[in-house]
Design a protein around this ligand. Structure first.
Ligand code: GTP
Length: 603
């Protein structure tokens, strides 16, 4: 197929607006798949994606579309929709010239619609706007068209009305893809070769597989290719295209998308966003990729120490397909051996832990998420500590005598809500130290509120709180907005004066007392009475921020069993002995593993 008959595009949408359904329907219309009950949403390969209905790993399909009697080769590149994966989204978009922007006609423009649109425009892509679900009763098309016009300057006449479910408007969408999206740009001359690695995954039989787009030249079986990033050279072992089934081909031509395998040992060598060229014929990289930094960390621990090695295998396997997680071993006196795992965002973390459970049946304890802080040391200490110190856990904490400045990550959050909830949203954001940047009406009834918020306040309960106070109508999306100067302190939790290191936390001073109070109250509720009074305190240095006392009680568990019932007495004593195995002593206070789990996971 000549270049001018190729179109590379993606579908982007707010969660649940019908992206996967539309992709399925398109493939069905062009005859690439037949939709039956069990191959629904064929592009979402991973089980977790199916269950949650979200797309995580980019999947792709190539197919021929008959446009006015002419065969067009369309490459549908399935991008992960959520901004957590924005690094991955940007890499997929690098090989597109346009996107189909799907908006649910019943819900209208939502927070992710805005970020998807912005990302498309930032990547210079043509946007084909689609109002989906027009089969539903009570959709207000005029209002949706207004929103698209007022927010994005989209001409209402260019918006395609569709229903992915009932198959309305699908051909019109495909025609618009051909009409409005440019063919891929290539400069393929002579023997040069340049291709982009767009995604990679690990296949049990084939090893590392790379999804690629050829920009210049023709990639053939047996070619010797070199990575711009690692400078390593490989031999191309197999080539294919996804229809979406894998079909082997002898060569991949410019503008085309396909997959390849070579003698790469692991997916670690297949760096998404990397450019490859013919051996000894170096080229400029197509994308300048920086590895995205994890923004949310959580401790992962097996529920029983005997499950450690199972959990390790599962974590290793999943991370093979996910180069954006960072994994460091961590041990906690209470929870044993585990890992501190870093993620791009909260959704990323949720998907990862769900895959652990669903694909590997691994039971895990996840501790409350935290964010990475940056500390600039005092000038005379730069030699010793370096330009900046990363603080991912309270263990890494450095005090004022070392720190010149504390920096914390912030995000730009977009919230779209019905007008009547504005007040509640504003107070939620201000309780999370948010700063209002902008509020605009997106139509007669709904507003878009833009806030700068500290990420640390988002990672705890923000999503849940937003859903709760807006009765489920609020949508939220955020993007990184860098680091700002901040106040930061470390709060310790003490039991009768002895610190419990795993319960320490880092906090903004304004939040230290309320958070400390919650933790102390939780411990009071969970800790059993002892033979003596127990003081539970949250402290900052010598300052006490919160305190509770558990009054002494008699310890004799058999005390209530008067006289004869010997078996019952023995049973109680036995239970108590078993419980002891799971206890950890803090000073002279026994704290059970369950208590730690409850406080650390905030369940
Ligand atoms: P994520 O992958 O989670 O972002 O969702 P998605 O955008 O891929 O949405 P998906 O295709 O999973 O659709 C979400 C829900 O909307 C499903 O229950 C679909 O059956 C339904 N849906 C999709 N398109 C239409 C449509 O045209 N009409 C109606 N009535 N329902 C639709």
């Amino acid at each position: 197929v000549p270049l001018e008959r190729i179109r590379n595009f993606s579908i982007v949408a707010h969660i649940d607006h019908g992206k996967s359904t539309l992709a399925d329907r398109i493939l069905e219309v062009v005859g690439a798949i037949s939709i039956s009950k069990d191959n629904k949403q064929i592009l979402d390969k991973l089980q977790v994606e199916r269950e949650r209905g979200i797309t995580v790993k980019a999947q792709t399909a190539s197919f021929i579309y008959d446009y006015q009697g002419q065969d067009m080769l369309l490459n549908l590149i399935d991008t992960p929709g959520h901004v957590d994966f924005s690094a991955e989204v940007s890499k997929s978009l690098a090989s597109c010239q346009g996107v189909i922007l799907v908006v649910d006609a019943k819900q209208g423009v939502q927070a992710q619609t805005v970020s998807n649109y912005n990302l498309a425009v930032a990547n210079d892509l043509a946007v084909v706007p689609v109002l989906n679900k027009i089969d539903l009763p009570e959709v207000d098309l005029d209002s949706c068209l207004n929103q698209l016009e007022s927010l994005f300057d989209i001409d209402p006449n260019s918006v395609i009305l569709a229903s992915a479910k009932s198959g309305i408007g699908i051909e019109e969408i495909l025609d618009a893809v051909v009409d409005r999206i440019l063919p891929p740009l290539t400069h393929g001359q002579g023997d040069s070769l340049k291709f982009l690695l767009q995604d990679s995954w690990y296949d049990q039989y084939k090893g590392a597989v790379g999804l690629i787009q050829v920009f210049d030249g023709v990639l053939k079986l047996g070619d010797e290719i070199t990575s711009v990033k690692t400078k390593k050279t490989y031999n191309v072992k197999s080539l294919g295209i996804l229809t979406p089934e894998e079909v082997s081909v002898p060569a991949i031509h410019p503008g085309q998308i396909g997959f390849f395998t070579c003698n790469m040992k692991t997916t670690k060598e297949a760096i998404v966003g990397d450019t490859f060229h013919r051996i000894n014929r170096p080229v400029e990289p197509i994308l300048h990729v920086s590895t995205p930094n994890p923004m949310v960390y959580s401790g992962f621990y097996p529920t029983e120490s005997s499950y450690y090695s199972n959990l390790k295998t599962a974590i290793d396997k999943i991370s093979l397909n996910d180069s954006s997680v960072s994994i460091d071993p961590e041990t906690s006196p209470a929870l044993g051996s585990g890992w501190r795992i870093g993620f791009l965002g909260l959704l990323h973390m949720e998907v990862f832990s769900q895959r652990l459970q669903q694909e590997f049946d691994a039971e895990v304890i996840l501790t409350q998420p935290s964010v990475p802080y940056k500390i600039i040391p005092k000038p005379h200490l730069v030699k010793k500590f370096g330009q900046e110190i990363w603080v991912k856990t309270p263990k890494d904490w450095v005090d004022k005598d070392v720190a010149e400045t504390y920096l914390e990550p912030i995000v730009k959050g977009t919230i779209i809500v019905p007008e009547e909830y504005m007040q509640q949203v504003a107070s939620l954001c201000s309780s999370c130290r948010g700063i209002a940047e902008d509020t605009t009406f997106v139509d007669q009834t709904r507003v878009r509120m833009v806030y700068t918020l500290p990420l640390s306040d988002i990672v705890t309960n923000f999503f849940d709180d937003l859903k709760r106070i807006t009765s489920g109508y609020g949508s939220f999306d955020y993007e990184d907005a860098g680091y700002i100067h901040s106040q930061l302190i470390k709060v310790d939790i003490l039991l009768n004066g002895k610190p419990v290191p795993e319960l320490s936390f880092l906090s903004n001073p304004s939040k230290a007392r309320p958070t400390g109070k919650i933790k102390v109250a939780k411990l009071k509720e969970l800790l059993p009475r002892q033979l003596y009074d127990v003081a539970i305190q949250a402290t900052r240095g010598k300052t006490i921020l919160a305190r509770e006392t558990i009054k002494a009680a008699r310890k004799d568990v058999t005390a209530k069993c008067y006289g004869g019932d010997l078996t019952r007495k023995q049973k109680l004593l036995k239970n108590q002995a078993e419980g002891k195995k799971r206890l950890r002593a803090i000073g002279n206070i026994q704290v059970s593993k369950e208590t730690f789990i409850k406080v650390l996971t905030n369940k």
